[in-house]
Design a protein around this ligand. Structure first.
Ligand code: ARG
Length: 456
């Protein structure tokens, strides 16, 4: 295969096989193909505006670039990178006129622009998928606003909560993720094209116009920064990693709740996996993969930020390694988020088991202490009394109610020991009372709808 190369005039020989094998990036940066063509289409318009191209030449190049875009980028090509690939195809179609495309431009501002365009798409996609998952969670939360389940600290049963409340905790995390992504998109909404190799371009390019043409809010302010800045990719990777950390915690909760030991949640067969050996098994592979991917994303984020550290201005080839971590995480999330949305929409709660687990004496001992304290007993003492009474009851193999009043516990304290009451009194803002949870679910759903509208 012949190889179209964007440099070499001053070289006495072409790149060696070993250099190519290490240096070439086409195998992965072809993922930027669509963005690369879009950037070139916008650039040739600027070239026409400042007189490098005639209107006829621009039209011809536009026609050829559009045809190239429609053909797509094959998995294998002989060119060094996607930029060389597009230019090579343009030469095949347009002949020497293709040689004007790169006037005043460098691959440094070109790849920075391609990557930003790509990241913008990745951020939009991510935001939309996050909102879908948040919506699935918030609607299930509304339906389960009064469904009791045990709440945990230290993975020890602590106090009752509602299933809706548990789900809405994750909705809050997702809403913060959504706002992080929104912020990243806004900060990164600038166009590096026109920064040249590092110092700007001698052409009288209207950079603000060019930025708007590519859908950016503004042109980047400093050419050295423009070609070396990868903050948007870092923001993306961090936002994606933190999102995956949240999803991983959700996954871990659900994995625990579907264990035979808990049995609070059943996964639908369509979203569970089997064992090749044990016919009875239904496994939560989907959730375990989410948990695993969170770890891998964290590694990708760390590796990426480490690449940036200590890079001298402006462009350095280290920056070629910026893309794969982003591509990888995007692929993961693109598959994981819809799968999780489906899981959230269809998982089944075993309400009887959850209620039973949330209604034991242990789960209500804090409420007993609260009831004693409500009579004016200092809470420290009430805590002692309730703790002692529970220990006595457990030793005697009886329930608190069977033990009856005594040792500082009055009949009226025991009367109120129900899971419904324990839940309904926790109606401080953000608490687990069903009335609060219903309100919070409604609030989350309207927040999600608002974010969707803002996006479109
Ligand atoms: N493949 C390169 C990258 O992704 C394109 C930019 C090359 N620029 C250069 N000065 N060698 O970073």
């Amino acid at each position: 295969m012949t190889r179209h190369q964007l440099w070499g005039g001053g070289f006495s020989e072409g790149p060696s096989e070993v250099l190519r094998a290490f240096n070439d990036s086409y195998s992965f940066d072809r993922e930027l193909f669509a963005e690369d063509v879009a950037g070139s289409l916008a650039w040739i318009e600027s070239l026409r505006e400042c007189g490098v191209l005639t209107a006829r030449e621009q039209k011809e190049l536009t026609r050829h670039l559009s045809a190239i875009a429609a053909e797509g980028a094959p998995a294998v090509a002989s060119e060094e990178d996607v930029h060389s690939f597009v230019e090579a195809r343009l030469f095949e179609r347009a002949g020497p006129l293709a040689g004007k495309l790169h006037t005043g431009r460098s691959r440094n501002d070109q790849v920075a622009t391609d990557f930003r365009l790509y990241l913008r798409g990745a951020l939009d996609e991510l935001l939309s998928d996050i909102l879908s998952l948040a919506e699935a969670m918030a609607s299930r939360a509304r339906a389960e606003a009064a469904t009791p389940m045990p709440g945990y600290t230290h993975l020890k049963r602590a106090e009752p909560v509602t299933a809706g409340h548990w789900l809405l905790a994750y909705v809050q995390m997702l809403l913060r993720d959504a706002s992080r992504i929104d912020g990243a998109r806004e900060r990164g909404n600038e166009c590096p094209l026109g920064a040249g190799a590092l110092s700007g371009t001698p052409l009288a390019i209207d950079r603000e116009g060019l930025a708007r043409r590519l859908g950016f809010a503004r042109a980047s302010a400093n050419s050295l920064d423009a070609v070396s800045d990868r903050d948007l990719a870092a923001d993306y990777l961090y936002s994606a990693t933190l999102l995956l950390v949240h999803l991983s915690r959700f996954a871990e909760d659900v994995i625990f709740f579907v264990t035979d030991e808990c049995g609070f949640i059943r996964l639908p067969d369509a979203l569970a996996t089997g064992s090749s050996r044990m016919p009875h098994k239904k496994n939560p592979d989907l959730l375990e993969l989410v948990r695993g991917h969170a770890g891998r994303a964290l590694g990708d984020l760390t590796g990426f930020v480490a690449i940036l550290k200590g890079l001298p201005l402006a462009y350095d080839k280290d920056l070629q390694l910026d893309k794969e971590p982003v591509f990888r995480v995007r692929r993961t999330l693109r598959a994981a988020l819809p799968a999780l949305s489906a899981l959230v929409a269809t998982l089944e709660f075993d309400r009887d088991r959850m209620r039973a687990a949330a209604s034991t004496d242990r789960m209500l001992t804090t409420s007993l202490a609260d009831a004693i304290a409500a009579r004016g007993v200092p809470f420290r003492e009430a805590h002692e009394i309730a703790g002692r009474r529970l220990a006595e009851a457990e030793k005697a193999g009886r329930t608190l109610k069977e033990m009856g009043p005594g040792e500082g516990v009055l009949a009226e304290d025991l009367a109120s020991l129900t899971v419904e009451r324990a839940l309904s009194v926790r109606r401080s803002r953000g608490g687990t009372a069903p009335s609060e949870v219903k309100k919070a679910a409604r609030g989350a759903l309207s927040e999600i709808a608002k974010l969707r509208r803002k996006k479109s």
